[in-house]
Ligand binder design. Structure first.
Ligand code: DC
Length: 217
């Protein structure tokens, strides 16, 4: 049987950094499910569809073929065959991803794809519904979080390091809004699964978090 590690948590909790390191250490594949919702967000923005136009979102999601492939351990997100890795990390795309992910029809298709990926190989998968819906039988289940202030500061430092001008209080407001939407949506809202271990990384170094999660195996 293959081994899977499921990590859920809010935006900016450090899921992708942590999951990537764990995957490297254990020789697993890292699957970033948020990238799939982001690819759909990009598709919607390109199509000029508004975040509140449910019908158009569902129609557009039907003709967006979103798949992940892996090259030398790196995840490549394909939107109708186009590599969109370099286009999906903006706040605009992230917010659209959050908005379109509230729809059950959108989620069903994504979840199926994600489950197929984990069936045949060992994966570390992160997202919002991995412990509860996508991989309820994962060998390790973690809810990774950190305070809003810490998450905002991390995002601010990340953007500043890339030379992108930004405002800490705007980032904080954005995170609060995204948390609210992800946690209050009707379909599989973000919450800690009853059997997931809570890891609060607010005062932890990256390696400490990685070791704590690996130690749960
Ligand atoms: O993890 P992220 O910031 O890249 O995710 C972008 C959005 O996608 C997030 O705000 C909510 C949605 N998402 C989701 O609903 N379910 C997942 N498994 C992953 C992401």
């Amino acid at each position: 049987m293959n081994h899977n590690i499921a990590i859920d948590g809010p935006a900016g909790a450090g899921k992708s950094t942590i999951a990537k390191r764990i995957a490297e250490k254990l020789g697993y594949i890292y699957v970033d499910t948020g990238a799939m919702y982001r690819a759909l967000g990009l598709h919607l923005l390109r199509s000029g569809i508004a975040a509140d136009d449910t019908e158009a979102i569902i129609r557009a999601s039907e003709d967006a073929d979103i798949t992940l492939s892996f090259e030398k351990g790196e995840q490549i997100v394909l939107l109708n065959g186009e590599n969109v890795n370099g286009l999906i990390r903006t706040e605009e795309v992230g917010n659209m991803a959050s908005a379109c992910s509230v729809h059950a029809k959108v989620r069903e298709k994504m979840v199926r794809r994600q489950q197929e990926m984990a069936r045949t190989r060992d994966v570390v998968m992160d997202g919002r519904d991995i412990c509860s819906v996508v991989l309820p039988d994962a060998s390790v289940k973690v809810f990774l979080t950190a305070s809003v202030a810490v998450r905002a500061k991390r995002r601010f430092d990340e953007l500043t390091a890339k030379g992108i001008a930004c405002d800490l209080s705007e980032i904080e407001a954005d995170i609060r809004e995204r948390d609210h939407r992800d946690m209050t949506r009707e379909v599989t809202p973000l919450k800690q699964a009853p059997d997931a271990t809570l890891v609060d990384s607010s005062d932890m170094a990256i390696d400490e978090v990685v070791d704590a999660i690996i130690g749960l195996r």
